[in-house]
Design a protein around this ligand. Structure first.
Ligand code: PLP
Length: 373
């Protein structure tokens, strides 16, 4: 059993993927070829915004967003400590300071009620993460940001395809950012990412910063980067995009089935009523997580821990002066979460194998303690 089955995905879409790749090999425009513009138009339409700008990764896209908003030394950006390193790494990379706000226990997303007390005169943006595939309450977050006159960047690396009140992830904040890392809900076959906005000026500047800060050939008003998305990867995504809605529906169906069959045995994902969840990770909470992961491995079931440590525990952020106990929900989650196999092609037989093995392992300690006979 695969944790995420990319080989099966390629097998299913082989004809159109090979055809799209062959066309790029034939025209030879490997950098910023026509597929990049075609994909950007399709992505903007999918998300429902005016502009989509592809980038070399979901990390570069976040950095481009921060640079575009002129965020740098002396500035603070609010994010969460329970996320992939990129969300805070980029804040440090532009010279600003990440300010962490704890998550909600139920959704693993930022606790919006704690944001205002973290805002100072130096706060230049909010950078919430739509973790595991569902969005935090952006109506609430956008209202706080508007009150303080600061922009919001959604780190939607894990939530592409998810919705909130009928609007798609990456389309509800000043700037949305996603990742096309192969294991993401919409993954290419290498690194990639994209930015989304309705603001013409921000879009123009993000395009420039992505390409060495240039607005036209040999004219560079901004400090930029080589953050372009490969034409070959754009071709892969163009082949996959027509199948994406079906994949998202399958993820939702499998996630709901997992939840209904596991909810008596462990803490299953809580989906906010305003949201759809795309389960980039299907993440449960279990006591004795590491032992259960080992037992599942012995039964041939792959699992993963996202994330075993919070960002304030990472040596690179030691200088921020945070300590254990500052973000209790993030800390607790990092010790209890376990992600189980999830992809659109996971057969019912494999789902049942995961469910049965989990139930078996979760019941064992209860028997040992005499809770069950
Ligand atoms: C929450 C989050 N932010 C940012 C990223 C960065 O994306 P990439 O790996 O494409 O640089 C990822 C992906 O790993 C992620 O999960």
């Amino acid at each position: 059993m695969e944790f995420i089955d990319l080989k099966e995905q390629y097998r299913r879409y082989k004809t159109e993927t090979d055809d799209r790749i062959q066309r790029v090999l034939a025209h030879g425009h490997y950098i910023m070829g026509p597929e990049v513009a075609e994909l950007e138009q399709a992505l903007a339409g999918y998300v429902g915004v005016k502009h989509a700008i592809t980038a070399a990764s979901g990390t570069d896209s976040l950095e481009i967003a921060l640079r575009t908003l002129n965020i740098g030394p002396g500035d603070e950006v609010i994010t969460v400590p329970f996320t992939w390193i990129s969300s805070a790494e980029v804040i440090g990379l532009v010279g600003a300071r990440p300010v962490f706000v704890d998550i909600e226990a139920a959704t693993y997303n930022i606790n919006a009620d704690l944001i205002e007390s973290a805002i100072t005169s130096r706060t230049k943006a909010l950078l919430p993460v739509s973790l595991f595939g569902q969005m935090p309450d952006y109506d609430h977050i956008n209202a706080i940001a508007a009150k303080h006159g600061i922009p919001v960047i959604e780190d939607g690396a894990q939530s592409f395809g998810a919705t909130q009140r009928g609007r798609r992830s990456c389309g509800v904040t000043t700037i949305g950012s996603t990742s096309f890392f192969p294991a993401k809900p919409l993954g290419c076959y290498g690194d990639g990412g994209a930015l989304f906005t309705n603001d013409d000026g921000l879009a123009e500047k993000m395009r420039a910063i992505r390409t060495h800060g240039g607005v036209k050939r040999h004219h560079h008003p901004f400090l930029g980067m080589n953050g372009r998305f490969d034409t070959l990867q754009a071709a892969v995504l163009l082949a996959k995009l027509p199948h994406f809605d079906r994949e998202v529906n399958e993820r939702i169906r499998i996630g709901a089935r997992y939840s209904s069959l596991l909810k008596e045995s462990c803490t299953v994902p809580v989906v906010s009523p305003a949201n759809t969840h795309v389960y980039a990770q299907y993440t449960i909470r279990v006591p004795d997580r590491d032992k259960i992961a080992e037992q599942l491995k012995a039964a041939g079931i792959p699992t993963a821990v996202y994330y075993p440590k919070c960002l304030h525990e990472q040596p690179v952020f030691a200088g921020l002066g945070c300590k254990w106990g500052d973000f209790p929900e993030s800390e607790k989650a990092s010790r209890e979460v376990l992600s189980i196999p999830m992809h659109p092609f996971l057969s019912e037989a494999d789902q049942d194998k995961v469910i049965e093995a989990l139930k078996r392992e979760l019941v064992k300690p209860m028997r040992a303690e005499g809770v069950l006979v």
